[in-house]
Design a protein around this ligand. Structure first.
Ligand SMILES: [Zn+2]
Length: 422
C-alpha cells in the first residue's frame, strides 16, 4: 500500500480545525515523520474532513443502468466526498430479496471505491401489500428497510412491517406521503402551482403521514426515521414528538435547504422533486433547525435520470435531482457562505450522525486510526457541467452554475479513490 504525505493543510479532528501535516501509512493516519513516501499531496488552503455518509442514494442498478450504474454511482460518490452510500430498494427488480442485496454488495466491492450499504424494501415490489423477506436481507448485509419513493398507505401493513423489521433490528426509514392527497400534484400547492396551472401537493400530504408514523412508533415503541422532511409543519410535529419521548429521527436534503417552489416558476423540470420544493419560510425553518442542531441527518436523495426523462412538460417529467457530486459544495454555499454556519457545525449531519443512526462507528481523524477522509478547498471555484459531474444523471439545477468550494481528494481505506484533475 502506498505511503501518502498530505502537507500544508488543515485537519478537522472532531472538535476544531487545526493546521497539521500528516501521513497515511498502511491505511492509517499518522503524524510521525516518515522517511520515504510514495506520493506528496500539497493541500495548501484545504481542510481535511471525515468522509461523508449518504443515508439515501438511488443507485438505479440493477435494472436502470441507462440512468446510473455501479461504476458511475461510485465515481460520483467519491467525487462528492462520500465513502459510504446507502442504496434505496426501488431498483428493477426491487431489492426485496436476498440475491439482490448480495448482488449490490458484491458490485460495490468489485468497484471498491466506497461502501454501498443496501436498504431492502419493507414490502414486496414496493407494493405496500406483502412483507419482504427482511431477515434474509439482513443476513446478507442490508442495513435498513424502506419503501422510499412509495409510502405504505395501509396502516395495518405498516404496523406489521415495523414489527417485523424491528425483530431483525433493521433501521426503518419512511418516505411520509399520503398518495391520495398528493393525487396528480407535481409541485408545492400554492402561489406558483396556481400561476403555472399545475396541480399542487399540499403540505398535509406529508404531515398526515408523519403524524401516523409518530403514533405507530409511540404505540409499538419502535424507532422510525422520516426521510426528506420538506415542511416547517412536518419538522415541528417531529420535534414535539421527540420531546414527548417518541423514538423518531428525521433528515433533510440539500435541495430543500437551498431551493424553493419559486425555482419551478419557469417550468424548469430540473427542480421537480418529491416531496416538492416548498416555500421560503419552510426553507428558512429547516436551516434554523440545522443551525440549532435539531436535524438528525442531511441526505442527498440522489435521483439520477437520463436527459430525455426531464425533457417533458413539467407534469410528465421524471422526479428527482442528481445530487452526489454536488451535495457538499451546495451545502457549503447555502449553509456556510449564505447563512454563516461554519462547516464544523453541520458536517456531522452528513458524515458521522448518519453513521451513528445505523450504529456504524463514527470517524475521527486521529493518530493510528484506519480512516476515510476527503480534502476540501473552500476557496477554489468550479463550474457544474455535464462533464464535471461523474454521475450519469446530469439532472441537476446547478448545471452551468459556479460553486465555491471544491473536493480535491477522497481517501478510502488508505487509497486515493478520487483526485481532482484525474
Ligand atoms: Zn423519497
Amino acid at each position: 500500500m502506498k505511503k501518502l504525505y498530505f502537507k500544508n493543510g488543515q485537519l478537522y479532528n472532531g472538535k476544531e480545525i487545526k493546521k497539521s501535516d500528516f501521513y497515511v501509512v498502511d491505511g492509517k493516519i499518522t503524524f510521525k515523520k516518515q522517511e520515504k513516501v510514495d506520493e506528496i499531496c500539497d493541500i495548501k488552503d484545504c481542510i481535511v474532513f471525515p468522509s461523508l455518509f449518504d443515508l439515501h442514494t438511488h443507485i438505479r442498478c440493477p435494472g436502470e443502468e441507462y440512468k446510473e450504474d455501479f461504476d458511475s454511482v461510485t465515481k460520483a460518490a467519491v467525487h462528492g466526498g462520500f465513502t459510504d452510500i446507502c442504496s434505496m430498494p426501488n431498483t428493477k427488480p426491487t431489492a426485496d430479496n436476498q440475491p439482490i442485496i448480495d448482488y449490490i454488495i458484491l458490485e460495490g466491492k468489485r468497484y471498491n471505491r466506497c461502501r454501498i450499504h443496501p436498504f431492502g424494501s419493507l414490502t414486496v415490489g414496493l407494493k405496500g401489500e406483502k412483507l419482504s423477506r427482511m431477515g434474509l436481507m439482513k443476513k446478507s448485509g442490508a442495513v435498513g428497510v424502506t419503501d422510499d419513493g412509495k409510502c405504505i398507505q395501509n396502516s395495518v401493513i405498516m404496523i406489521r412491517a415495523m414489527e417485523y423489521a424491528s425483530t431483525y433490528n433493521l433501521f426503518i426509514m419512511d418516505h411520509a406521503e399520503d398518495i391520495n392527497i398528493t393525487g396528480t400534484g407535481v409541485l408545492n400547492e400554492g402561489e406558483i402551482s396556481d400561476s403555472l396551472g399545475l396541480s399542487g401537493v399540499p403540505e398535509i400530504a406529508e404531515t398526515i403521514m408523519i403524524l401516523r408514523d409518530i403514533e405507530m412508533s409511540r404505540y409499538l415503541d419502535i424507532p422510525i426515521h422520516i426521510t426528506h422532511v420538506s415542511t416547517k409543519r412536518g419538522a415541528e410535529i417531529i420535534l414535539k414528538a421527540k420531546n414527548e419521548g417518541v423514538k423518531i429521527t428525521f433528515d433533510v436534503t440539500p435541495h430543500h435547504l437551498s431551493f424553493t417552489e419559486k425555482d419551478c416558476g419557469s417550468f424548469n423540470t430540473l427542480f421537480k422533486v418529491n416531496p416538492p420544493l416548498r416555500t421560503e419560510s419552510d426553507r428558512k425553518f429547516l436551516i434554523k433547525l440545522v443551525k440549532s442542531g435539531k436535524v438528525d441527518a442531511i441526505v442527498t436523495d440522489h435521483a439520477p435520470h437520463a436527459k430525455f426523462e426531464k425533457e417533458y412538460p413539467f407534469d410528465q417529467a421524471s422526479v428527482g435531482i442528481s445530487g452526489l457530486d454536488t451535495a457538499f459544495s451546495l451545502l457549503y454555499r447555502t449553509l456556510t457562505i449564505e447563512e454563516g454556519i461554519p462547516v464544523e457545525k453541520w458536517i456531522d449531519l452528513i458524515s458521522n450522525k448518519p453513521r451513528k443512526l445505523l450504529k456504524i462507528k463514527p470517524i475521527t481523524l486521529m493518530e493510528n486510526k484506519k480512516r476515510d477522509f476527503f480534502v476540501f478547498n473552500p476557496k477554489e471555484k468550479w463550474t457544474v457541467t455535464e462533464k464535471t459531474i461523474y454521475s450519469k444523471g446530469k439532472n441537476t439545477p446547478l448545471l452551468g452554475k459556479k460553486l465555491k468550494g471544491k473536493i480535491k481528494y477522497t481517501v478510502f481505506q488508505g487509497r486515493i479513490v478520487f483526485r481532482d484533475g484525474g
